[in-house]
Ligand binder design. Structure first.
Ligand SMILES: *Cc1c(COP(=O)(O)O)cnc(C)c1O
Length: 224
């Protein structure tokens, strides 16, 4: 078995020609599993569950950049506001306003990505492109000083059909290109997981979210 540190180095080498960065998805993993990745130089870690990330970060180095990639309820935002660097899953103005409010209390600015629904599956969260544009063009946005919308996030259909995955990533890339004009800080395109990150890189991803390829398969009996 290749060690976690070796896998991190390998992934970094793979991402570097694309100028993309790695979000190591550490949901369900213990601090003991995370530290070898950290020791190999990995600093960006992604988590899905508010309680899990809040507990876990206490025992880990403070220069870790935590990204939240799970579905986020408004009433949980206050637990993330003191430390979260980036929230990938903003899917409404209501949620964005709550992040702004809680980040203001902490005197922080939180990076936010708008989650766009690109997959065929009904179950995936996210806005459609019309809702995304509406949010980006909402005049209210200018008054939110403690959030910064830095890009878009999407998840492709869970399928072996690579053409479909590519089409879905490409549709997100096209939306990204259309809206980034005139928005200087709009630079991030979060797409690609263990099974499809190679396609995502080819389609312009700047942040790939990889869990099982680094840490092994998750024990589903433990995941919430
Ligand atoms: C779990 C998760 C990932 C990582 O998935 P792997 O298949 O383990 O790489 C990426 N993005 C989101 C939103 C996730 O929930």
């Amino acid at each position: 078995m290749v060690e976690i540190g070796g896998i991190i180095q390998q992934l970094k080498a793979e991402l570097s020609p694309f100028g993309a960065r790695l979000v190591a998805v550490s949901k369900t993993r213990t601090a003991e599993e995370i530290l070898p990745a950290y020791d190999a130089g990995q600093r960006i870690f992604g988590e899905n569950y508010v309680q899990e990330i809040a507990e876990k970060r206490v025992g880990l180095p403070s220069d870790i950049e935590w990204h939240f990639i799970g579905h986020l309820q408004s009433n949980k935002v206050k637990f993330l506001a003191p430390f979260i660097h980036c929230i990938h899953t903003v899917d409404s103005m209501r949620l964005l306003k709550e992040i702004d409010k809680q980040a203001m209390k902490e005197d922080r600015i939180v990076s936010c990505l708008l989650q766009v629904h690109i997959a065929r599956e009904e179950t995936k969260f996210g806005m459609n492109s019309r809702e995304t544009l509406e949010l980006l063009n909402d005049p209210l946005l200018a008054s939110l000083k403690h959030v910064r919308i830095t890009g878009l996030m999407g998840m492709a259909t869970n399928t072996t059909d690579e053409d479909l995955i590519r089409q879905e990533f490409r549709s997100l890339r096209n939306l990204f290109d259309a809206v980034k004009t005139g928005r200087p800080g709009f630079t991030e395109l979060s797409m690609g997981m263990s099974s499809d990150y190679k396609i995502a890189l080819q389609e312009g991803s700047t942040l790939v979210r990889i869990g099982s390829s680094i840490f092994g398969e998750r024990d589903h009996s433990l995941s919430k």
